[in-house]
Design a protein around this ligand. Structure first.
Ligand code: 13P
Length: 398
């Protein structure tokens, strides 16, 4: 044991070298992952030192009490579906109008700590010429960026998929950082009815770990999101079993890739029965199962667990989050919802300029409800019927 510690120390010392120059022009010390000598039994690899402190700070800012993430990172294709649902064409101007409505909502920063953007929005301005990114940071909302390139069929699997986007990711994340992004998102999916096969779980976990390491090297806090889809007729116990397997492998590969756990955020699915299961779960059951998963699989070093809504209704997603926050736990347990924050907003807006303010009020209402749920203080009393409608869609892509 003592021998191993000595040889790894030596390996570290001898591999420190002057490394890359960051975008501010500072030269940062970098410690190489390569062992100093072939004889070393243990090689301690260390992430690039330049961003370490900042990553931890960013993650803590996003995981701040009573706040969560607004996921507005729909790809152009998915944004087109959102717009089509209210009869609008999928043009850049319509996407801009919708995103402008979201980011210019006054008071949003009280409940929202981070907003995930699609690349188009990261480089886009409002119609008044203000960068969308500036509209967010003015409200103390950290801009984030979706960096994955979507899902494609996984050859050799049981009709499952894998997530593309690692090629060129280092230079893309460096450019996104310069543009103001401070965190990243990569969404891969696991299908329970299709297996999940061992191959699909390994591929998902490995891809997430490589993405997380690359993002941290370039100053972005990675959101780690292996979404376990709601599709299927399975019960809640089966979801827990699959989730345990997926998270065990994900953390194994995150560690193998020397990812700093204090500088990541998780975006899990809540542990629920499949959408087609005849037994429904109460918020208390969902909370019990989901917290069991977290306690068994997630180290307390991880600062924030930001759940996705996955097709639950707005109220259901908020009630479940509230139930999870009834007792203390080691993390900040919060939200990173897209559908469960945006549904009523879209339906209120309908693409009409005169509806922008009512739609922004609808966004504030949902954001505030989830803020209260993060603090364990939400009640569904007085919620509109519209907000109780489920949004599950089979084979949903993002
Ligand atoms: P939903 O909350 O709609 O499931 O969003 C998932 C997601 O990954 C958005 O970034």
């Amino acid at each position: 044991m003592a021998m191993m510690a000595v040889s790894s120390n030596l390996a570290l010392k001898s591999s420190v070298s002057l490394g890359k120059t960051d975008f501010m022009g500072k030269t940062v010390l970098r410690q190489s992952a390569a062992p100093a000598s072939a004889k070393s039994t243990v090689s301690l690899a260390v992430r690039a030192a330049g961003y370490e402190e900042e990553l931890v700070k960013t993650a803590k800012t996003i995981a701040s009490p009573g706040r969560g993430i607004l996921a507005m990172d729909e790809s152009n294709a998915t944004c087109g579906l959102r717009l089509a649902s209210i009869g609008l064409e999928n043009t850049e101007a319509n996407r801009q109008a919708y995103r402008q409505l979201l980011v210019t909502t006054r008071g949003l920063g009280e409940y929202i700590s981070g907003a995930i953007l699609f690349e188009e929005t990261l480089y886009q301005s409002t119609t008044d010429g203000k960068k969308m990114v500036d509209a967010l940071t003015e409200q103390n909302i950290v801009p984030g960026i979706k960096v994955d390139k979507g899902l494609v069929p996984l050859a050799g699997s049981n009709n499952e998929s894998w997530c593309q986007g690692l090629d060129g990711l280092a230079s893309r994340t460096a450019a996104y950082y310069k543009q103001g992004a401070r965190f990243a998102k990569w969404r891969t999916v696991i299908s329970i009815p299709n297996g999940p096969s061992d191959l699909a779980v390994t591929e998902a976990a490995w891809g997430l770990a490589r993405y997380a390491a690359i993002s941290q090297d370039n100053g972005l806090v990675p959101i780690v999101e292996p979404e376990i889809l709601l599709d299927g007729e399975h019960g809640i116990d089966r979801t827990l079993e699959v989730a345990e397997k997926v998270w065990a492998r994900t953390f194994y590969f995150l560690a193998e890739n020397n990812v700093t756990f204090e500088g990541i955020l998780l975006k899990p699915s809540m542990v629920t029965p499949g959408a087609g299961c005849k037994d429904k779960a109460t918020p208390e059951e969902v909370a019990k199962y989901t917290l069991t998963l977290l306690k068994r699989r997630v180290p307390p070093a991880v600062p924030g667990i930001m759940f996705l809504s996955g097709g639950q209704s707005e109220v259901e997603a908020t009630l479940n989050l509230n139930a999870m926050n009834q007792s203390p736990n080691p993390w900040h347990v919060s939200f990173s919802y897209a559908r469960a924050l945006q549904n009523t907003v879209l339906k209120t807006w309908k693409g009409q300029p005169e509806n922008v303010v009512p739609a922004q009020i609808a966004l504030l209402t949902r954001a505030r409800a989830n803020s209260l749920a993060q603090l364990g203080k939400y009640s569904a009393e007085g919620e509109a019927e519209e907000a109780k409608k489920g949004m599950f869609q089979a084979n949903y892509s993002y």
